[in-house]
Design a protein around this ligand. Structure first.
Ligand SMILES: *Cc1c(COP(=O)(O)O)cnc(C)c1O
Length: 501
């Protein structure tokens, strides 16, 4: 067809071609630079400065962007953002996307097959069903009885799974609302989306009862039966027990075997939040961390953490397909028809109405790299995290929280014979300084009553020289801050490692 004859608002194919080629050139330079450590790992300029630099108001008011202007905008946009491909990126648990997943996002951005109704994208829906089957197989569940769905993020996934748990314990709650006295049991170390889901479900955050845990936040399973008895004696209904695999703050796994045994004996729904740590299933040497996972009733496993897709793509997996089917008890005449459909409408399993082509991102990563390739990536990031722990143990001025089980390492500068509050503040000062200088992006968490720097090794470019440079830089900044403020830091020769018992 003659392109000049296209009606207004149809795609101008020459514009698409020209602009996407320019886009690829700029993204190429961005990733190549970030991977080799160029540019600040993050900028945190205040919004008004970013807004001015990117001329946002002008563009919104006047429009008229073209390929050349887009290139200029893109340079500023990429420069003001956070570089996850940078070796110094060690912060929040967001995937460093791989090439195939990036391509999938362009496909979705172009086709927009919002495939929660099968007729809105048979290919996208079928790809999703296939990757869900693969995930079920990794868990060790049969796709005959188990099922799952991809949703927009781990938080929504936790909500969806707990909704299914609620439907089993209180089948009338969907229609009649929540009776009082329903609770879920979760460790204090669980992700903030767990109490959030409880509040949304109508339990209130008071409906989340903290499970007994050790000083590192791991569930102490043998204290569970007596706790459960007390709760039941007070006429409360337990909807679910939530376990971490692994916990956000520490990267430590709960003892799933022991917890699953209690849940089976007590007939309580076990929900395992494996958003970050589920990918250990792909690594022969790490799989044991997930022992007992088959005993869960529901699992959350994010592809946008360690399976290298963009944000978001989170799987909710249910051991019994009927549980997920009964989570949402709605009938909408205009969407669902009573005839035989060609394929399933995934909308019946999700909070979302329409849904992005989430399965394609994970599928293309699998298709390109293979399950083994993804497993090697996970194993490699765990190994670098372990190396960081080893290096920290040789440094007298650092403490480490515990031996890492995943790619998360908690450590802090300074020794415990100093004022705790001052040390806690020092960690925040150090993190801010590293971020302001654009060298390293760390997170931070409070565990065992103390504040830690938290490194999560996600970027493929993070290597041993990165780690050495991190420790040198922290030492240097700490020494500078000690010479300018009241001293919290003094070199000692003895090691003081606070490891897990
Ligand atoms: C990241 C994470 C979540 C939340 O996932 P989002 O996709 O950020 O909503 C929940 N639980 C755990 C254990 C996580 O690591």
């Amino acid at each position: 067809m003659d392109e000049t004859a296209s009606p207004e608002n149809s795609w101008d194919m020459a514009e698409f071609e020209r602009s996407s080629q320019a886009l690829i050139r700029h993204l190429h330079a961005y990733v190549a630079g970030a991977q080799s450590g160029e540019g600040p790992v993050a900028r945190r300029r205040p919004p008004h400065q970013v807004r001015n630099r990117l001329k946002l108001d002008r563009w919104i008011r006047d429009g008229g962007m073209n390929t050349t202007a887009f290139e200029e905008f893109l340079d500023g946009y990429l420069d003001e953002g956070t570089r996850l491909h940078h070796p110094g990126y060690l912060s929040h648990q967001c995937a460093v996307p791989d090439v195939p997943a990036a391509l999938a996002d362009l496909v979705h951005g172009t086709t927009n097959n919002a495939m929660s109704l099968y007729e809105m994208g048979a290919a996208g829906a079928t790809v999703e069903l296939a990757v869900i089957d693969w995930m079920l197989e990794k868990v060790g569940w049969s796709a005959q009885h188990a099922t799952g769905v991809l949703v927009h993020g781990g938080s929504l996934a936790n909500l969806t799974a707990l909704l299914a748990a609620r439907a089993r314990a209180l089948p009338c709650a969907w229609r009649a609302g929540m009776p009082s006295g329903a609770v879920i049991l979760a460790p204090p170390s669980s992700h903030l989306s767990v109490p959030r889901a409880a509040a949304i479900l109508g339990l209130g955050t008071d409906g989340v009862i903290e499970m007994p845990s050790d000083r590192l936040g791991r569930i102490v399973a043998d204290q569970l039966p007596s706790m459960i008895r007390k709760i039941r004696d007070s006429e409360r209904v337990i909807l679910a027990i939530v376990a971490n695999a692994c916990a956000p703050a520490t990267g430590l796994y709960d003892d799933l075997n022991a917890i699953a045994r209690v849940c089976r004996d007590e007939r309580i729904w076990l929900h395992v939040d494996a958003a970050h740590g589920g990918s250990a299933l792909l690594v022969p040497e790490l799989k044991h961390l997930m022992n007992g996972i088959q005993g869960a009733d529901s699992i959350v496993w994010d592809a946008h953490k360690m399976l290298r897709t963009s944000t978001l793509a989170a799987a909710v997996l249910a051991r019994d397909a009927t549980d997920l089917a009964s989570a949402f008890q709605q009938h909408a005449d205009y969407l669902f028809f009573d005839d035989d459909r060609a394929g399933p409408d995934l909308m019946t399993r999700t909070v979302e109405g329409a849904k992005a082509e989430l399965g394609l991102k994970l599928f293309l990563n699998l298709a390109w790299r293979g399950e083994d390739g993804l497993g090697r990536y996970v194993a490699g990031r765990h190994a670098i995290a372990r190396r960081l722990w080893e290096l920290l143990r040789t440094q007298p001025n650092f403490q480490v929280l515990c031996e890492p089980e995943s790619n998360v390492v908690c450590f802090r500068y300074g020794r415990d014979d100093h004022d705790q509050q001052h040390l806690d503040r020092l960690q925040i000062t150090l993190r801010d300084r590293l971020l302001d200088d654009g060298l390293f992006h760390l997170a931070s968490s409070v565990v065992d009553g103390r504040r830690w720097l938290r490194a999560t090794v996600m970027a493929p470019s993070t290597n041993e020289p990165t780690l050495r440079s991190l420790l040198d830089t922290v030492q240097r900044y700490a020494a500078e801050s000690a010479s300018t403020g009241p001293s919290a830091i003094s070199p000692h020769s003895a090691n003081d490692h606070r490891c897990s018992p």
